[in-house]
Design a protein around this ligand. Structure first.
Ligand code: H79
Length: 416
């Protein structure tokens, strides 16, 4: 198969994004000013001068950062890969870079190579590790780009050769197998410049997957806009990066956490449309994970782990013709999963034409009696008799095994 190296990614469905950098220790505030937006953008948004910003490195000491704990939690949360910020727009490397002293080992009292620790923990627990790398924006290098700033006098080529390309080489040669190179914000990068970054990745690690934000359509898969779920199923590999509140790096003023049920609903919606959900945490300045994030992801994990067969290794399916609130579908060959997100008074579904072989509750494996007939409108109609074990439950998944390999839905407007 042509894209065999992408298979694990397409099956993985759910990953952990980690935003950690010097911005973390501001918690979204600097000299009494709270940044109005994402905390990792604080330098740019509230205009902290570079000579001030670099002083944050002297305070960077996340003594509670525990790579193995993070990896084990990600596993327990049901996540199948991790993407970590090796360098965000601020330009600070969270690893021991030899081509820029603005890095965690050389510039901070912490002195530990965070990325190396994460790599070893990921290897130990067989967790694929991807790296976020801001390829065009670098607010530390004088020739790196900055959004909303005048970049006219900069020699971007000099930055590329001096920092971006050598750092990519370091990341791809000194930190084991890199599962994904996660680029972000191409800005004005030309096709040739994106191509040079791509070539370095593929030369050093041909199986490393490149996300779409490398720019110029040179990535291996589509990254959607932050936090935006495509309306329709999409056949190519794709992923949505998303937050649990409204910031990526930790921000004290943002306690607008999503409800776990909303995360579950989004996960099913994304998976049903063929995508991956890359869900973010922004550790505290001490390196530990904020309790609200842990609580949400623990709650989501109960659902994910109980219903894993309806989520992972699922395939793209046609769009169900109705915009349903109480359930959303996912599919595998010969199996349709009805992910019930709000238990209805009567469990019936219309417009499905497949022939049912059997139906069972995913987390208990109980057989479920069913009726399959035509509705009074002559539509395909399924009805299920739910066992007591799911009554009163907030959500559960029903698997319907069908004679046919793929779901068959009736178009609802063609015979009008
Ligand atoms: O790393 C996270 C963000 O920091 C990064 N992508 C995710 C994964 C990102 N970089 N740029 N953008 C997102 C888009 C930039 C949007 C902007 Fe703004 C609009 C920058 C300034 C205005 C959004 C609103 C970000 C800050 C305020």
């Amino acid at each position: 198969m042509k894209d065999e190296y992408m298979k694990w990614f397409r099956d993985a469905k759910y990953g952990l994004f980690i935003h950690f950098g010097l911005y973390t220790i501001t918690e979204g505030e600097y000299n009494g000013v709270t940044t109005p937006f994402n905390a990792e953008w604080i330098m740019n948004h509230i205009n902290i001068p570079l000579e001030e910003y670099v002083k944050l490195a002297g305070k960077f000491n996340p003594v509670k950062f525990d790579a193995e704990d993070i990896v084990l939690r990600a596993k327990a949360w049901g996540m199948r890969y991790i993407v970590f910020t090796a360098k965000h727009h601020e330009g600070f490397a969270l690893y021991h870079s030899k081509c820029s002293p603005f890095n965690v080992v050389d510039a901070t009292p912490f002195k530990r190579d965070i990325l190396k620790e994460l790599q070893l923990a990921c290897e130990k627990h067989k967790m694929p590790l991807g790296l976020y790398y801001s390829q065009a924006q670098d607010w530390h290098d004088p020739d790196g780009l900055a959004y909303h700033r005048d970049n006219a006098g900069k020699d971007f080529r000099a930055y590329l050769e001096r920092k971006c390309k050598p750092q990519l080489r370091e990341l791809l040669t000194e930190y084991g197998d890199i599962a994904i190179l996660w680029f972000d914000t191409q800005l004005t990068m030309t096709k040739e410049e994106s191509r040079e970054c791509r070539d370095i990745v593929k030369e050093l690690q041909p199986n490393c997957i490149i996300n779409g934000r490398l720019g110029n359509f040179l990535g291996d898969y589509k990254t959607t806009s932050d936090n935006l779920i495509p309306l329709l199923p999409y056949e190519g590999a794709w992923e949505i990066p998303a937050t649990l509140n409204n910031t990526w790096s930790y921000k004290k003023a943002d306690q607008n956490w999503k409800d776990p049920n909303e995360i579950i609903r989004k996960l099913i919606k994304i998976v049903g449309r063929g995508g991956n959900y890359l869900l973010n945490i922004g550790p505290y300045p001490d390196g530990s994970i904020p309790e609200p994030s842990v609580d949400i992801l623990d709650a989501v994990a109960e659902y994910v782990n109980a219903n894993a067969e309806a989520i992972f290794e699922t395939k793209l399916m046609p769009a169900f013709p109705y915009d349903t609130e109480w359930f959303m579908l996912t599919a595998k060959d010969y199996k349709l999963y009805i992910n019930v997100l709000q238990v209805p008074p009567r469990m019936h579904i219309v417009t499905i034409r497949n022939k049912i072989k059997r139906a069972y509750i995913v987390h208990t494996k109980e057989e479920v009696p069913f009726v399959q007939q035509l509705s009074c409108e002559n539509e395909g109609y399924w009805e299920f008799e739910l066992p007591d074990s799911v009554k009163g439950k907030k959500h559960f998944t029903l698997c319907v095994e069908t004679e046919e390999k793929c779901p068959i839905f009736e178009p609802i407007f063609s015979n009008a």
